[in-house]
Design a protein around this ligand. Structure first.
Ligand code: AHN
Ligand code: ZN
Length: 345
């Protein structure tokens, strides 16, 4: 069943890709892929230290608010915290509130939270993660209808980006680029496997709609600054699990292979061997909409563990996605790699 679920995800990505490339012959001319020089032979410019303890604290803080489910009090409180942290680190904050229905037809009040460093710089790097957490544990054997902590799925990527924001503020040396961090809302409220649409929701259009990634879909159609673009983007998703491995995800390789190679080369040079030399199939995630609708080339750093036929680790969408299974060494490997990547631009 899970295998089936995943293959339908792949089929969906393939379909989106087909429609896109079929209808749009100049699609490969997006800007970001042009000027990334090979980095393998150059010495790395040393970035400041990414502090995994500080990162972990900001991860735990999110989890301790409770479930970051739209319309919940904990969701509002956590969103306020994220905006306040970015401001405390002297990043310029823009909030983008929006409403969308979920697959059950319920109206969800959400917001994307955007932090900008060096807002006047024209060369910009876009970093993103989703900050909402899943309302159900559909991969668990028990309490499948109860929400999960989302320590890895959601909070980890956000915490890594907050720590990057903190370090850049405190460092004497600064990167040569502008940076935007987007915390996307509503990524993880997609329809579970075998969901049946009922009543007025039972339409063909609803069956075909992507109910995942609502925040990135909204932002890609309504950028916070008209005409906004970036040199390239990096999405972080599930970057905190013990022994997590990061493979080169299919859609990232299609839209931004040079960025993938650069990031993996930097990780390996820093001695992180969890960025593995392996291709993984494309997945539906926030980078899809940034690549296809916003037309900014974005890669996804996302855990890959196909040992049981499921793309992600066995804590994915279960109650085991909790603080106990977070490893600071994984957070450090991703955080230091992304920070060092910014220092090379
Ligand atoms: C789907 O499950 C459709 N895509 C994986 C993206 C995801 C879910 N990331 C975190 N949760
Ligand atoms: Zn998820």
């Amino acid at each position: 069943m899970k295998k089936h679920s995943l293959s339908s995800v792949f089929a969906l990505v393939a379909a989106i890709t087909l429609v896109f490339f079929g209808g749009c012959s100049d699609s490969k001319k997006q800007p970001a892929e042009t000027a990334t020089a090979p980095i393998a032979d150059q010495p790395l410019k040393k970035a400041p230290d990414f502090n995994a303890d500080s990162c972990f604290n900001m991860l735990a803080k999110q989890v301790n608010f409770g479930y970051r489910i739209p319309n919940n009090q904990a969701h509002v409180a956590c969103g306020n915290y994220l905006a306040a942290q970015l401001k405390a680190f002297n990043w310029q904050v823009t909030e983008q509130p929006f409403e969308e229905i979920n697959y059950k037809g319920e109206k969800m009040r959400m917001r994307n939270i955007i932090g900008s460093y060096n807002p006047n710089a024209t060369k910009r790097i876009l970093l993103a993660a989703h900050w909402d957490s899943r309302h159900i544990a559909d991969n668990d054997k028990v309490n499948t209808d109860k929400p999960i902590d989302g320590a890895n799925d959601g909070a980890s990527g956000v915490a890594v980006l907050l720590e990057i924001a903190r370090v850049i503020n405190e460092s004497k040396e600064k990167p040569n680029v502008g940076i935007d961090i987007i915390f996307f809302d509503g990524e993880d409220h997609g329809d579970p496997e075998n969901h049946e649409f009922v009543g007025p929701m039972d339409t063909q259009e609803n069956k075909e709609k992507t109910w995942w990634c609502l925040g990135s879909q909204y932002w890609s159609k309504n950028k916070h600054i008209e005409g906004y673009t970036a040199y390239y983007g990096i999405l972080l998703d599930m970057v905190g699990n013990k022994n997590a491995k990061f493979a080169k995800e299919g859609q990232s390789m299609q839209f931004a292979p040079a960025v993938v190679d650069k990031v993996w080369t930097i990780a390996n040079k820093l001695g992180y061997n969890n960025f593995i030399e392996k291709l993984a199939p494309p997945i539906v995630d926030d980078h899809d909409f940034v690549n296809i609708i916003a037309r900014i080339n974005m890669i996804d750093i996302i855990e890959y563990d196909n040992s049981d036929g499921i793309y992600f680790s066995n804590t994915w969408h279960t109650h085991q996605d909790n603080l106990e299974n977070i490893d600071k060494a994984t957070l450090k490997s991703v955080g230091q790699t992304v920070l060092t990547t910014l220092w090379q631009e």
